[in-house]
Every structure is written in structure tokens, then in C-alpha cells.
Ligand binder design. Structure first.
Ligand code: ZN
Length: 78
């Protein structure tokens, strides 16, 4: 496989994953909608003010692994 097609495949996979993430994943706490952060490193639930980490492309949907949002982050966008 050449570099170009490997690169394209990777991008395609990332796009597909984004869609999957957003359509399939719900917050494990409130079952609400999750938002992917800009850096694509966390899935954020604004209802609970929690951010679930994405490790190596795999979302860790466990409440104890989640980070609590700061006040600024909570007010950022809904
Ligand atoms: Zn929630």
C-alpha cells in the first residue's frame, strides 16, 4: 500500500469514526447527547459537566475516568 492511499484510508476511517461516535454514543450517566471537543480528544456531556477521554481512538465511556469540566468550559457552548 502506498503512502497516499494509506493516508486517505486513515482520514476516511477518522471521519467514519467521528460520525459513529456522535450517532452511537450517549452519556453513560444521563444518556444525553455528547459533543466531540475541538481537539477530538474528549467527548463532552454539558448536562453533567463531564468530559470522557478518547484514548487511541477509543472513547472511554466510564464515569470514573471522566474529567469534570471547569466553569469556563461549561459556559463555552451548549
Ligand atoms: Zn450526561
Amino acid at each position: 500500500m502506498n503512502v497516499l492511499s494509506s493516508c486517505r484510508l486513515k482520514r476516511l476511517r477518522e471521519q467514519t469514526m467521528d460520525k459513529k461516535l456522535l450517532s452511537m454514543l450517549a452519556c453513560p450517566v444521563c444518556k444525553g447527547e455528547l459533543k466531540l471537543n475541538e481537539a477530538r480528544t474528549e467527548l463532552v456531556c454539558y448536562q453533567d459537566a463531564m468530559a470522557f477521554p478518547i484514548r487511541e481512538g477509543i472513547p472511554v465511556m466510564i464515569a470514573v475516568e471522566a474529567r469534570t469540566l471547569s466553569t469556563d468550559e461549561r459556559l463555552e457552548k451548549h
